[in-house]
Design a binder for this molecule. Sequence first.
Ligand code: IMP
Length: 194
Amino acid sequence: MTRLLFLTGNAGKLAEATQFFAPLGYQVEQFLIDGEVPSVIEPQADDLRFVAESKIEQAVAYLYASGQKAAVLVEDAGLFIDQLDGFPGVYSASILKQLGLLGILKVMSDSNNRGAEFRACAALWDGQQIIFGEGICRGSITEEILGDRGFGYDPIFTPEDDDTGRTFGEMSRAEKGVFSHREKALKSLKNQLD
Ligand code: IMP
């Protein structure tokens, strides 16, 4: 098993990556130093890849400083809503904290255009080089909160490729994985590792 240190404070992302990498021979662990997720500076940029690149460089610096040998993973994701010109996008985490899901639904309450997409960019340091994987999941914003699984915006997002019309919040982790932006980004990493 290769150790893969995932620098994230998000338990949902950690669980999804752990499930994805286990069959590939990677043991995913949260990247901690002295029991804390090392703090990284997120550049203010609209581009997820730019943010992921900055985060992986900082994560690799922490890895060297800690004297550990392992692969390292970072990931940046967000929800881009058509009607709001892609907002909250790279600000998804802070906007969710400020408005909550009900606040987002309120902002969208007069909108007939409910199209949106999740985007993810993952970056992995394999000990020699950095590789990037990107993924998009198109879908729409529901009119109410549905389901209590997953994390973040999952209970208000319906992926368009699912015939059942359920939100990610109503799916198991494996069901979400069939459509998820994160799974696509991680699959792209996997293809490059192969
Ligand atoms: P970051 O990538 O940790 O900067 O934050 C992205 C934010 O986007 C998360 O905190 C969630 O609120 C949201 N997000 C990203 N991916 C997902 C997902 O798969 N489901 C639901 N919300 C997500």
